[in-house]
Design a protein around this ligand. Structure first.
Ligand code: URA
Length: 254
């Protein structure tokens, strides 16, 4: 965490997500300014009222990074995998090479270690949040916090009439568990194919697929549309990733 009651080199390294060595080099080259004046002294103590810039760009004490990925099918929700491409591979590929190059909408991963907030199956698409903020991740995933996750699903089969009520009561999933009350909304049924919206508070393994199996339907396509107030930005093509806006971060934390 970059705190503003620190040594200048430490603050620059942490807020720009670069190594201490890179920060010292930037300082020695006169790329860092404190309150508008070049400062080459990394030992200097800074406080909350100081304005620090690197290459003219203000370094805010941004504690965490929050990214929205439009997860495509075919990649796994992991940070590393010996076989398959991971969501972290996609995030790394799109990171700018420096904070300066990230601009207003891009991001610079640097040394930050973001992780996916919950998992989507390899064949599931849609909204995946990645962050290094463990507290927020916990809040979004805990069923007790009641954060709704909305999915669009295409199903092989006609949704039975009593299915929305069974979902609302809490459907029994195999011998394993009874799901928390969930919402099932049928959007269309045509040629024995149903399109639905499903809203869950939990995120158990294959949960949507297993709940749909219980009503005699099989999921053939699944996409997460939202998590709490955060909606997938449809301007992001599958595979694309961007930093959350400050408004989006505030909405998630509210
Ligand atoms: N439910 C599933 O079955 N799969 C997902 O990827 C997400 C929710």
């Amino acid at each position: 965490m970059a705190e503003k009651d620190a040594r200048l080199d430490k603050y620059v390294a942490e807020s720009a997500a670069i190594t201490r060595k890179e920060a010292k080099t930037a300082l020695s080259k006169g790329r860092v300014q404190v309150n508008g004046e070049v400062c080459k002294n990394g030992d200097r103590k800074i406080s909350a009222s100081d304005t620090i810039t690197l290459d003219g760009k203000s370094l805010t004490a941004e504690e965490f990074l929050y990214l929205m990925l439009h997860k495509p099918a075919g990649v796994v929700s992991a940070t590393e995998d010996g076989r398959d491409k991971t969501v972290l591979d996609l995030v790394r590929e799109q990171s700018a090479d420096s904070l300066e190059e990230a601009g207003a909408t891009g991001y610079f991963l640097g040394k930050k270690e973001v992780f996916p907030v919950g998992r989507l199956d390899k064949d599931t698409e849609g909204l995946l949040l990645l962050t290094d903020d463990g507290e927020l991740a916990h809040k979004l995933l805990s069923p007790k916090k009641h954060v709704d996750k909305v999915y669009f699903a295409r199903l092989d089969g006609v949704v039975p009439e009593d299915a929305p009520a069974r979902f609302a009561e809490g459907i029994r999933v195999g011998q394993d568990y009874t799901a928390m009350p969930a919402k099932l909304e049928v959007l269309s049924v045509q040629d024995a194919v149903s399109e639905v919206h499903i809203t869950l508070r939990e995120g158990k393994f294959h949960q949507v697929k297993r709940m749909c199996h219980e009503i005699g339907c099989e999921v053939t396509y699944l996409k997460r549309l939202s998590m709490g107030n955060l909606r997938l930005d449809e301007a992001l093509a599958p595979g694309e990733c961007r930093k959350l806006t400050t408004e989006e971060i505030a909405m998630l934390k509210a």
